[in-house]
Every structure is written in structure tokens, then in C-alpha cells.
Design a protein. Structure first.
Lengths: 471, 131
């Protein structure tokens, strides 16, 4: 057993020792904790706690697993203006996130047209590890996307889609000029593409409504068809992270910062380097929101082809959340830079950051399960502001490495098994399918249960997959 | 000269060993070649690479990142180092391969646990790739 000390029903504290400036806090039950202690998550959390300017505590969400620098599922807030910002605390896939669409028909009404719908989505949304096939843009058009996110995509989506996106789909302070030519080149033909790894478009049905009032506000009802889109900022965001990890690594000595892990390279948020990163990161975040916006548009086009125009036009955006981002936020009387790496903002009811129509229920949060298992819709609760800088988990959390997953299941066999369970699968690669097998992940039910028991969010609805297009 | 993939929950960890520093970079090339293999066309392409930096670990990260970048933006599936020169100030190379659609498996090369060190047997490097 580690030195973790239980400080709440599902909260454990890692005391501040050595060069840690604050303690660590882990949200987990006994089973999840056992898995968390098996990899390097806690060592990485200790390292994060050494960052200059970090306040209160560094946090591990119940889906935490070892990453690089920060653990995935890690949260750290630094006090502005001089606390640091760390690109490793955001990750390579800046503003990786999820968007939920709600269809105007039920799974029963969809019936035998399910396979056609999934097939059309797989044709409409470029996926996998190959080259772009995304929207070609001039430099000026890309600059607009970097500055304004989905608002720059005229004729695509609706104003309501933009309104129902975290931060209105645009982070303030984005500066296209802070994004390198190399990052632009990587992202040039990738807007509207899914990418690979754990990215997907999933067609689902609402299996159970768990909080009726909130579900009604979100326009969700039992057996309704939903579509969950998981993607990020593609090569553009990855290169922004690469560029600034290197730049900060070269600069930390000048700032007198000593780090236990070079991937934690950082700079004071108020420094020229820090401001430049925040401007580039915001631009990459805007690119990611535009990416999911365009993917959603393509899902609607696919719906029109597989079903009809009325079904496509009636497919509404529920909300869109980021789970890899650093945000400048006011918490109490403090201005903080909140790093959420594999963690989702979940502000409670009443927050002005939440669109007016959802303000009474709390920020909607979407927690994808592993492929073939349920996903959850949550809503933020006051406990999140009290205990986690308004943050919850982001998914099930990996349990096995990709290699270990491939050793335990064949992609073709998994595909058959999912089809037998009534889930239509479209994936370019059996290898990729095996790497994302459900057995590679923790149980998402346990993860969301911990979040609820900790008072961070409440479960609103459980979504069951009926089709998946895997990146 | 050899490369090995080490178990890592979320990412890919690569260990390289060689008799020489140059051998580490060559081993890294072959590791990336393994990740980037795909359906290739007969069309041959070459890309010059010039990287500067005195920190060998960072130079290795840049080298692996460059190979991923060439795959992602030029469709270069590398299979041969037409030339390679390592100096105290950096490296120059010509990467040769076929035109294809290599997987963009590597999103970034991290500095987490980045290592490039002399050992009794030669040289050893470790790097974690974000996938």
C-alpha cells in the first residue's frame, strides 16, 4: 500500500513530500485505486505537484492512468500571473473532446436502417491513420478557423451548434501567428477528419434516463438515437505541443525552474513564452472545435443520405466539451490557469459559463465508455467547484497497453462479437480495433459512480452503442 | 544496433541500443519504419533532413518527429537512409522510401523519461511516443 491517506469516501490524499509544493488528491474507490497504483500515475502526479505556482492540490480523476509528464486524467491549477503553464499538462491533442448530437427519432424507429446509417457516416467522415481528406483551406481561411473556431465555417452547422459548445467554440486570446508553419502544414488537410487511436463516431440509443429533469433540458429521452463524436485538433495541435515543449525545455533554466520530468517543461504564464503558448494553444483548441463542428455536419449529411432530409435537419447538437486544455478561470478570488489533461470541465448549476438553456442543470459532460460499452451524460454539481476546480473525468481510462490488448483479443474476433451484440462496426484496421477493445479499459460505470459519490457531477443518462465508426 | 518496444499503458515506449551514437539514430529510423509500414506505391521519393542541436536526447526526439512529419505530410514510407551524418552540432540525412499512406500513429515524441546515455556496452536511448 502506498502512502495514500483516505480523506473522503472516495478521495485519497498523497501528502506533499520532497519537492512537491502541494499534496495530490485521487478520486477513486478501492478497485480503481488498485489499478491506479499499478502504473506510474501517482509518480507522475507527484511530479506535477512540483510545478511553480501550483495551488491547493493536484488531482487525479478516477479514470487516471500513466501518461507522459502529467498523468492522463490529471488536473493542476496554477495561480496567475506568474504560475506556470505547461504544454505537457494539456497534451499533444489540444482540445481533444466529445460532441453529442441527438437525433429526432428512436432506435425503434431507426430499426433496420441502422447499418445504412453507420455505413454512410463511415463514408462521410474520413477516419484512420492515413492522410487528410479533410477540408482544403487557404492560409486566410485557416487563420479564421484558428481565430474563431466553428464560427469561421460559414454555411456549416447552425448558430445553435456554436452556442451549445463549451466556451462558445472559441477560446479568447487565440493568435494564428503563434502557430508554426509546420503545425499549419500538418493540419492543412485534416479539418473534418477523425484521426486514429481512440477517436470514433458512435451511434447510440439512450438506454436509461437517470436524472429526468436534466435529461429533459438536454432534450434526451429513452430509446432516442444519439451520435457521439470524439476527436481533437489532429496534427496541428500535436505540433503546437511539440513546438512548445521544446521551446520551454530550452527556457526553464532561464526561469530558474527545476523539473523532475522534461515533459513538464513550462514557463510562467505571464512570460513571453507562456503568453505565446496560450495564444497558440487557444488557436489549436479553436481548430479542434471547428473539426468536430465539420464532422457533425458530415454526420448530418450522412443521415440525409441514409434516412431523409427531415431526420438530418432535426439532428440537434446537445453540447461539446473539451478534455485536453488549459483555461484561464476565476475560482473564488483567484485567477488560475487550470490544466485539464484527460479531464472535463463540469461547472455547477448557475455558472455563467454554461449556455443559458442549461444553466439550471449544470454543465453537460459526456463520458465515453470503451467501444461496445455504455457512455454517460453527466451534469456538473457544486462539489466540483469545491473539490476539483470544476472538473470531472473524461472516459473509462486505459487499463492495458495496446500491445497487451492485442495479445488478448483479435480484431476480427472482436468485430464479430460486437456485431453479435447488435453493434455495427466500421473500422479501417483490425489491429486498431483490438487496441481499443473493452478489456483494455477500466469499467466506465465505476468511474462515473466515483464522480457522483464525490459530489462532482450527477448521472443524467446512459447511452448504449448500436454502431461505431473507429478512427 | 537494436530497438525494442516497452510496455506502456497509454503510449509507446521505445528503447534503442547501439555501439555508437550514430547507431542509436539508425535504430530509431528502423523503429519508425516498422510503425509506418503501409501499402506502398512503386513511386520512390527522397527527403533531405537537417536538424541542429547539441543535446543528443532532444536531437533524437527531433529525428523521430521528423520521420513522423514526413510520413504525415509527404506520404513518405521510409525504407532506406540514403545518407546520414551526425556531427556535434546536429545531423543531416536523406531519407528514402516509397510514396504511400503511412499510418499517423505517432502524434508526438515526448520528453518524458527521455534518455540518451553511454553504457558499458555502447549507447542506450529511451523515448516515449504519444500515439
Amino acid at each position: 500500500m502506498s502512502e495514500l491517506r483516505r480523506v473522503g469516501e472516495v478521495v485519497w490524499e498523497l501528502p506533499a513530500t520532497g519537492s512537491m509544493r502541494v499534496p495530490g488528491r485521487v478520486f477513486a474507490d478501492a478497485d480503481l485505486l488498485e489499478a491506479i497504483e499499478r502504473d506510474e500515475s501517482l509518480d507522475q502526479l507527484r511530479n506535477v505537484a512540483t510545478l511553480p505556482g501550483v495551488v491547493d492540490a493536484v488531482l487525479a480523476m478516477p479514470d487516471v492512468h500513466q501518461g507522459y509528464g502529467f498523468p492522463v486524467g490529471g488536473v493542476a491549477a496554477t495561480a496567475l500571473p506568474d504560475g506556470v503553464v505547461s504544454p505537457g499538462g494539456v497534451g499533444f491533442d489540444v482540445n481533444c473532446g466529445v460532441r453529442l448530437l441527438a437525433a429526432p427519432f428512436s432506435a425503434g424507429e431507426l430499426g433496420g436502417r441502422r447499418e445504412a446509417l453507420v455505413h454512410e457516416i463511415s463514408r462521410a467522415v474520413p477516419a484512420g491513420t492515413g492522410r487528410g481528406s479533410g477540408l482544403s483551406m487557404t492560409k486566410a481561411q485557416l487563420d479564421r478557423v484558428l481565430a474563431d473556431g466553428p464560427r469561421a465555417l460559414e454555411g456549416i452547422g447552425t448558430p445553435q451548434d456554436v452556442e451549445l459548445t463549451e466556451s462558445g467554440g472559441r477560446l479568447d486570446g487565440a493568435d494564428p501567428a503563434a502557430v508554426s508553419a509546420r503545425a499549419r502544414e500538418r493540419g492543412a488537410d485534416q479539418l473534418g477528419t477523425l484521426g486514429s487511436g481512440n477517436h470514433f463516431v458512435e451511434v447510440q440509443r439512450v438506454e436509461e434516463v437517470q436524472e429526468r429533469g436534466a435529461a429533459e433540458a438536454l432534450g434526451l429521452s429513452e430509446d432516442q438515437v444519439t451520435v457521439l463524436i470524439h476527436s481533437g485538433s489532429r496534427g496541428l495541435g500535436h505540433q503546437v505541443c511539440t513546438d512548445f515543449v521544446k521551446r520551454f525545455d530550452a527556457a526553464v533554466g532561464r526561469f530558474g525552474i527545476r523539473l523532475p520530468d522534461r515533459q513538464l517543461s513550462c514557463a510562467p504564464a505571464s512570460s513571453e513564452e507562456g503568453r505565446s503558448y496560450l495564444a497558440a494553444m487557444a488557436a489549436a483548441a479553436n481548430f479542434a472545435w471547428a473539426n468536430r463542428h465539420l464532422i457533425a455536419h458530415r454526420v448530418r449529411e450522412a443521415t440525409a443520405r441514409a434516412l431523409d432530409e427531415e431526420s438530418a435537419a432535426g439532428t440537434r447538437q446537445v453540447y461539446d466539451v473539451a478534455h485536453n486544455v488549459a483555461k484561464l478561470e476565476r475560482h473564488g478570488n483567484r485567477e488560475l490557469c487550470v490544466h485539464r489533461k484527460g479531464a472535463t470541465r463540469a461547472f455547477p448549476p448557475g455558472s455563467e459559463e454554461i449556455p443559458a438553456r442549461y444553466r439550471d442543470i449544470g454543465q453537460p459532460v459526456f463520458i465515453p465508455g470503451s467501444m461496445g460499452t455504455a457512455s454517460y451524460v453527466l451534469a456538473g454539481r457544486p462539489g466540483a467547484m469545491e473539490h476539483s476546480f470544476g472538473t470531472v473525468c473524461h472516459g473509462a481510462g486505459r487499463r492495458l497497453s495496446r500491445t497487451a490488448a492485442r495479445k488478448q483479443v483479435q480484431g476480427a474476433e472482436l468485430r464479430r462479437r460486437l456485431e453479435d451484440e447488435g453493434i455495427t462496426v466500421r473500422s479501417a484496421s483490425n489491429r486498431g480495433l483490438a487496441e481499443e477493445a473493452p478489456l483494455a479499459y477500466k469499467e466506465v460505470e465505476k468511474v462515473v459512480e466515483v464522480v457522483e459519490r464525490a459530489g462532482l457531477a450527477v448521472r443524467v443518462a446512459r447511452l448504449r452503442p448500436i454502431g461505431v465508426v473507429k478512427g | 544496433m537494436a530497438f525494442r518496444w516497452i510496455e506502456h499503458t497509454g503510449e509507446l515506449e521505445l528503447e534503442l541500443d547501439a555501439d555508437t551514437e550514430r547507431g542509436i539514430f539508425e535504430a530509431g529510423f528502423w523503429a519508425m519504419r516498422e510503425l509506418m509500414s503501409s501499402n506502398e506505391s512503386p513511386e520512390r521519393i527522397e527527403a533531405p533532413v537537417a536538424l541542429t542541436g547539441e543535446d543528443r536526447a532532444v536531437l533524437l526526439a527531433d529525428w523521430l518527429g521528423e520521420l513522423a512529419f514526413l510520413g504525415e505530410t509527404r506520404g513518405l514510407v521510409p525504407d532506406r537512409l540514403a545518407s546520414f551524418e551526425l556531427t556535434d552540432e546536429g545531423l543531416t540525412a536523406v531519407v528514402a522510401g516509397s510514396s504511400g499512406d503511412p499510418p499517423h500513429l505517432v502524434k508526438g515524441v515526448t520528453y518524458h523519461g527521455l534518455r540518451f546515455a553511454r553504457t558499458e556496452a555502447g549507447w542506450l536511448a529511451r523515448v516515449v511516443l504519444d500515439v
